[in-house]
Design a protein around this ligand. Structure first.
Ligand code: ZN
Length: 207
């Protein structure tokens, strides 16, 4: 949703409702954990009002454990938090599950997949950042393919149900390669919203 037209959110959400996309990915940025500020719970609430698909809310904020219940109330179905932003990651993941949402950990490009060894069992999804978070429209970092493969091996060993999600610079060219490496969920922002035919681009990504 970060790449949507914020002046025409309802129109863009209706386009997504009618498309083949599975989830709406919502990036919340606080201007501290990442340089940019996007939006908070009031906007998520409005997105929820129009969306007919699950909201996958990605918190790029410091100490996200403080806001678990707020984002549940705002309408999040899946809530992911950064490994780098949580002092008590295990506690925060349990809090998300206890609030009735699916939970996940997000890793920045510089954070090793090996650090998930003790939390992967709790995760419904792990989100790998394929760019340094904070802005839309960046180019996918090549090392992402290795990380997806490493994560796939870790999931096979400890939590085969866990979904692998990739966020940042995803487009129709790199999507097949990410899928082949083991990714289950691809987040596309600019590739969709800057496309002349977003519905077709979503279809092409799904193919
Ligand atoms: Zn995101």
């Amino acid at each position: 949703m970060l790449s949507a037209d914020f002046g025409n959110l309802q129109r863009d959400i209706e386009m997504l409702n009618a498309s083949e996309c599975d989830w709406l990915h919502v990036d919340v940025m606080d201007g501290v954990f990442v340089p940019n500020i996007s939006f908070g719970q009031p906007v998520v609430k409005h997105i929820k009002k129009h969306a007919r698909k699950p909201l996958d809310v990605h918190l790029m904020i410091v100490d996200p454990g403080r806001y678990v219940n707020d984002f549940k109330e705002a309408g999040a179905d899946i809530l992911t938090v950064h490994y780098e932003a949580c002092t008590h990651l295990d506690r925060t993941l349990h809090a998300i599950k206890d609030a009735g949402m699916q939970c996940g950990v997000v890793l920045n490009p510089g954070t090793s997949v090996a650090l998930l060894e003790d939390t992967i069992q709790l995760c419904d999804v792990v989100l790998l950042m394929s760019v340094n978070p904070g802005f839309g429209g960046q180019k996918l970092i090549e090392n992402t393919y290795n990380k997806v493969e490493q994560l796939r091996a870790l999931c096979n060993r400890k939590n085969p149900q866990c979904l692998i999600e990739v966020d940042g610079g995803v487009n129709t060219e790199n999507a097949p390669k990410l899928f082949a490496a083991g990714a289950d969920v691809l987040v596309a922002g600019n590739a969709v919203f800057r496309s002349a035919d977003p519905v077709k681009t979503i279809h092409d990504l799904k193919q």
